[in-house]
Design a protein around this ligand. Sequence first.
Ligand code: SNW
Length: 289
Amino acid sequence: MARKSFRRTAGRTAIAAAIAGVLALTACAQGGTASSGSDADDNPYGLITPGQIRVASLGDSKPYTFTDESGTFTGFDVELFTDVAGRIGIDDVVFTGQDFSGLLAAVSNGQFDVGVAAIGITEEREKTVDFSDGYLAGYLTVMASPDSDITDEDSLAGKRLGVVQGTLQEAYAVKNFTDTELVRFPDNNSAISAVVSGSIDAHFLDYEAAKEYADQYGLENAIDIPSFDAPAGFAIAKGKDEFKKALNDALHEAMEDGTWKELYEKWFPGSPMPDQYLPSDEQGDGDSE
Ligand code: SNW
């Protein structure tokens, strides 16, 4: 899959770089008397480039994260993260498409500041990265042609099922679909093509992404499996506690002022509205996590 990079504020970055250059020259001219400040002052969140957040994401997980016709990243997760970043004072957010299987490693080894791609929080993944608090909890979906006889987990026996490498779907299928032949793909687009061409019987992906492909290719959601115990979070490298706290505070602000709800209704129209991320006065039982 082609890697696409999108820079929202290239102009501003260039100006910032020019200003930084002038400041550096000024500091030299003054014989270094101008204090550059401590690292923590300049870059409290430990970002790769101060003032910018580099995000590892996916180009084909509509409506969570995807690139539109002009190559611009958008979707629920992209808009939510961009909003959260703005709340901590960072408008320069650069999204880059990756294969899902390499995403968490790229965050943990410092190539990216954050991973944003409907990434479910699990203990296994927390061995490699830290996560923000959860922001989305939904289903894992097996999608197939309406002509197929796949209706429940038992009916997957003897079938060829697509999974994207490194996903919770892959782990779930390895554990639970022991009589099913798993076919691994780097991304959803290639797996869906295989369903459409008939080389596999079904593909196992996230619920909202499945709905999107259903409309596009005349496939249907055959089996929905709850994944509420692994809500999606923003992945960051371990040990960046200040960054994590700032993201969490901003995320909860976005939930409390109704921004989260607005984005949910925009990107997942018709889907059941979960309770736990709504403003507290809109929560049925007032029980937040
Ligand atoms: O665990 C779910 C969560 O409940 C919500 O529905 C969003 O998706 C999940 O985080 C699962 N997502 C998969 C994973 O974390 C696939 C991610 C992807 O394809 N981008 O492995």
